[in-house]
Design a protein around this ligand. Structure first.
Ligand SMILES: *[C@@H]1O[C@H](CO)[C@@H](O)[C@H](O)[C@H]1NC(C)=O
Length: 357
């Protein structure tokens, strides 16, 4: 009897701390015509301004599996961002990346549910609308492409691991073998037009896109990676010839090609469909590497009356020297050099990250 009430008490105590360290389901988050489920991970201490990463699972996956199988939540404790894990309604766990609804802005499908989750997080968790990012694997990488096309107003950057271009599954059923096997070939213009059709009234700054693919992927053939290069370079109006291409980066069998500051393609030689998520690399692409929990000196949360000094002001003065091309040169909490090597200019990607471009 005593033991039973003691364990009840302990369970009650554990429940009180559920917000930190656990995945929580949220219902009634807004328009959700297909019945996508929303799960959220909120670290006990948030950064201010607060970033949000939407992390989208693969086919047969779940929110819980992607939560425990990737490092995004662990890193949220270090960096103070929130993570949303959507859970696909399809019994096979694949995302709707083919219907007209999902491919178009505020028109329905699974993508609308994810957009609703982002809007909910902005309204209810104080997420900064300029710091919303999306990443995913396989079917989740396809959804990353879809979201950047249909909701360019909501996202600032995406990172897609082993996906296909926006619209590659359009008009088919849940699976499209022609696209999956890399036989759906289009011109850059056609792929770009497809993205622009996702939200034709949009005229703002588009989110930047990073995508990863393995050279021996037999689930979503690597041709899809080359079609993604065509698509996103066209969207940004840049050449398909890279502005830089580093072999052996980030691993010896990889190459990383940049097409200006907004498109980055990373190819893993000898790797199949499972290209491991490199979370540090994704966070760098999102500009979140140096973000930490606490209030930034320049942006205390507006809802708080601050009477004490803000936490963690940068203690080191900027170091001397100049920053090379692509290097970080500023942002909240940045204490390194702020002057770019000639002829590059220090350009803000977001409040946390400026880069020499
Ligand atoms: C980058 O360099 C590698 C190795 O030389 C090459 O195979 C690849 O085609 C290059 N990528 C691009 C997009 O040019």
């Amino acid at each position: 009897m005593l033991l039973k009430s003691l364990s009840t008490l302990l369970m009650g105590a554990a429940g009180a701390f559920a917000a930190a360290g656990q995945l929580q389901q949220v219902t009634n988050f807004g328009s959700n015509p297909t019945g996508v489920q929303m799960f959220v991970y909120r670290p006990s201490q948030l950064a201010h301004p607060t970033p949000l990463i939407v992390a989208v699972h693969y086919c047969t996956g779940t929110a819980q599996a992607y939560f425990s199988g990737t490092q995004y939540a662990n890193q949220a404790d270090t960096h103070g961002y929130i993570v949303i894990y959507p859970d696909a309604p399809d019994p096979g766990g694949c995302w709707d990346v083919h219907t007209d609804g999902t491919l178009h802005h505020d028109s329905g499908g699974d993508s609308l549910a994810i957009a609703s989750m982002v809007r909910y997080a902005i309204s209810n968790y104080g997420v900064d609308p300029s710091l919303v990012f999306v990443t995913g694997t396989s079917s989740g990488a396809m959804m990353t492409n879809v979201l950047l096309g249909a909701y360019p107003d909501l996202f600032k950057a995406g990172s897609a691991f082993s996906g296909v271009p926006y619209g590659c599954f359009a008009g088919s059923s849940l699976w499209n073998s022609q696209c999956a096997t890399g036989q759906l070939i289009k011109t850059a213009q056609q792929w770009g037009d497809q993205v622009r059709s996702g939200y034709s009234a949009f005229s703002g700054t588009r989110p930047k896109m990073q995508f990863w693919h393995g050279s021996v992927d037999t689930t979503l053939y690597p041709q899809n990676f080359f079609e993604e290069i065509k698509q996103w370079t066209n969207v940004f109006g840049v050449s398909q010839t890279p502005t830089s291409n580093q072999t052996g980066n980030p691993l010896s069998n990889y190459w990383r090609a940049s097409f200006g500051p907004n498109v980055q393609a990373i190819f893993a030689n000898g790797v199949g469909h499972t290209v491991p998520e490199r979370v540090d690399d994704v966070l760098a692409w999102f500009g979140l590497t140096n973000v930490r929990p606490g209030n930034s000196p320049s942006n205390p949360p507006s809802s708080t009356t601050t009477t004490t000094a803000p936490t963690n002001p940068p203690s080191n003065p900027p170091t001397g020297g100049t920053v090379p091309h692509w290097g970080q040169c500023g942002g909240i909490g940045w204490t390194g050099a702020t002057v770019c090597e000639s002829p590059y200019t220090c350009t803000a990607s977001n409040q946390y990250y400026s880069q020499c471009l």
